[in-house]
Design a binder for this molecule. Structure first.
Ligand code: NDP
Length: 322
């Protein structure tokens, strides 16, 4: 496993990391999570991603139990949480968003659920147009100075919103955001490659990118329909099935996936490995957050690091064309 700095910060994150959206508490219990973390740690992964909003806080509880059972030294891995959506299915006005109150409460609750003393990374899960950015920056800065958070960042904020937060922090001698968590994969590229282009050099922004397989679409497994044990078949994720498979846009994307398959075959690899390896080519990506509902998927996806050297300029051009 290789390690990359989280932007201009000194934190070295493994280039592949592991997240828990959808999976933990829904498909993965604490016992399976413990096995998955064991697989990750043995492979050199040192960052595990979570959020208050995943399974209404239960994803963090599962992660906390699994990490405790593994009993690895706290200084050998990083955990994150994210604030915005709240950890209740119908949060009260003070239980969601990016107010000083909720940013602080959500941090305290995440620490309890994850059974840790501090969060290595803490993200604002979405922008909150109803809270001044200055208030959120102050709240994050205070958590940093209290030792409860080491690095704070954003997720799916516009370039302008990130710049506003950074500039406010800098002008007021507060801790600026270190990283952003955007979607990035062969089918979703614009924000990371174009919109944020100026931010990497100007602010030293790191990125922890999500859905490298576009929720599984880039494995090719939806080309013959929806497998019964897949994310798109899960109750409560009908919106995702519509987006991934049933909509016109979903069908267009699956056609591109079908066109990618022969490239993987010619390289003697698999489509998931190829798709994840492609994300690693971008040096503005600090870490690619993997998702998996089974240990076998994780083991398969970890092999993507071996595929990176196969992605020569001509191969990249073919992928670009598709
Ligand atoms: P992926 O796009 O890689 O999708 C992972 C899912 O695809 C798995 O759970 C599994 O679903 C399927 N899959 C993975 N590998 C294989 C394989 N080899 N063969 C067949 N199927 C496979 O990543 P995620 O969408 O899970 O995102 C990764 C992480 O990013 C999340 O856990 C979360 O931490 C973060 N994230 C952050 C967001 C944000 O807004 N900040 C939003 C979304 C994610 P199944 O078996 O059920 O089909």
């Amino acid at each position: 496993m290789k390690y990359r700095n989280l932007g201009k910060s000194g934190l070295k994150v493994s280039e592949l990391s592991f997240g828990s959206w959808v999976t933990f508490n829904k498909q993965v219990d604490a016992g399976l999570a413990e096995r998955m973390f064991g697989t990750c740690l043995d492979a050199g992964i040192n960052f595990f991603d979570n959020a208050e909003g995943y399974e209404a806080g239960n994803s963090e509880i599962v992660m906390g139990k699994a990490l405790k059972a593994l009993n690895r030294p706290r200084d050998s891995y990083c955990v994150s949480s994210k604030v915005f959506f709240g950890s209740y299915s119908s949060p009260l006005p003070t239980q969601c968003g990016l107010s000083r109150k909720h940013v602080t409460e959500a941090c305290h609750q995440a620490l309890q659920r994850l059974q840790v003393d501090y969060l290595d990374l803490y993200f604002c899960h979405r922008p909150d147009p109803e809270t001044p950015v200055s208030e959120t920056v102050w709240a994050m800065h205070n958590l940093v100075t209290q030792g409860k958070v080491l690095y704070w960042g954003t997720s799916e904020w516009s370039a302008a919103e990130i710049a506003e937060a950074y500039e406010f922090a800098q002008a007021n001698h507060l801790t600026p955001p270190s990283m952003e968590q955007p979607q990035y994969n062969l089918l979703d590229r614009e924000r990371v490659e174009i919109e944020y282009a100026q931010l990497y050099g100007r602010y030293g922004l790191g990125t922890t990118t999500w859905s490298p397989l576009a929720s599984g679409a880039l494995t090719g497994k939806y080309l013959q329909g929806i497998p019964a044990d897949s994310r798109a078949a899960l109750p409560g994720y009908e919106w995702l099935r519509e987006r991934m498979v049933e909509s016109e846009r979903g069908q267009d994307r699956l056609q591109r996936v079908a066109n990618l398959l022969p490239v993987a075959e010619e390289l003697g690899t698999t489509l998931p490995r190829l798709a994840i390896a492609w994300c690693l080519l971008n040096s503005n990506v600090s870490t690619v957050i993997l998702g998996a509902s089974k240990v076998s998927q994780l083991e398969e996806n970890l092999k993507s690091v071996e595929v990176v050297p196969l992605l020569t300029e001509p191969v990249r051009k073919r992928l670009q064309a598709i």
